[in-house]
Design a protein around this ligand. Structure first.
Ligand SMILES: [Fe+2]
Length: 184
């Protein structure tokens, strides 16, 4: 009777040496020439990106724009109990609740700090926070997002270009230099 091979142990990473190791990746020169490069964006302060008003009671801190894939990253801050109107996603949304709490009228859960929210194309929903401090949501999002009015009629589309314009218009208005680091 054939015996089952013993399960492979789950190995820890091979080294604990805190030193740069050359991995001899064969495409290193191409990466250096063509890659937009990884980067660090300070999301805790306004050094890399300011809070840009989003209506009267909310603000967005833009963190990254990728025009090739219609991707954008930001923190949405609803500053007290409030609503972000009904919208329909055409792309996939990944969000983490950082502070406060948030729910959607269409679902039965309430997100609290540390919680992960996944949204998929074709979903329409209405974001509500009942928390006295509102909510801060970090998002890595794919557009477009279509907003609808109270009658369910199409209002406008927010895609990567909309988010870039939202950021740049505010910077121009306030005399804040555009941060090239936000553009992937
Ligand atoms: Fe959404």
């Amino acid at each position: 009777m054939a015996t089952t091979a013993p399960a492979k142990p789950h190995n820890a990473p091979p080294s604990t040496k805190a030193e740069i190791v050359d991995v001899r990746y064969p495409h290193k020169e191409l990466v250096e020439r063509l890659s937009p490069g990884g980067r660090y964006i300070d999301a805790q302060t306004d050094v890399d990106s300011p809070w840009v008003p989003f209506g009267d009671t909310a603000a967005i801190k833009h963190l990254a724009f990728d025009v090739r894939r219609n991707l954008f990253s930001n923190i949405l801050w609803v500053k007290g109990p409030g609503v972000v109107g009904t919208h329909l996603h055409r792309g996939t949304i990944t969000m983490v609740c950082l502070e406060g709490s948030v729910k959607y009228l269409e679902y039965d859960w309430v997100a609290s700090p540390g919680g992960l929210i996944l949204e998929v194309p074709g979903e329409a929903h209405t974001l509500v926070t009942d928390h006295p401090d509102g909510v801060k949501l970090f998002g890595w999002m794919e557009g477009p997002i279509e907003f609808y009015d109270d009658n369910g009629d199409f209002s406008f589309t927010a895609d990567v270009w909309w988010f870039i314009e939202h950021y740049e218009n505010y910077c121009k208005e306030q005399g804040i230099p555009i941060n090239e680091k936000l553009y992937l």
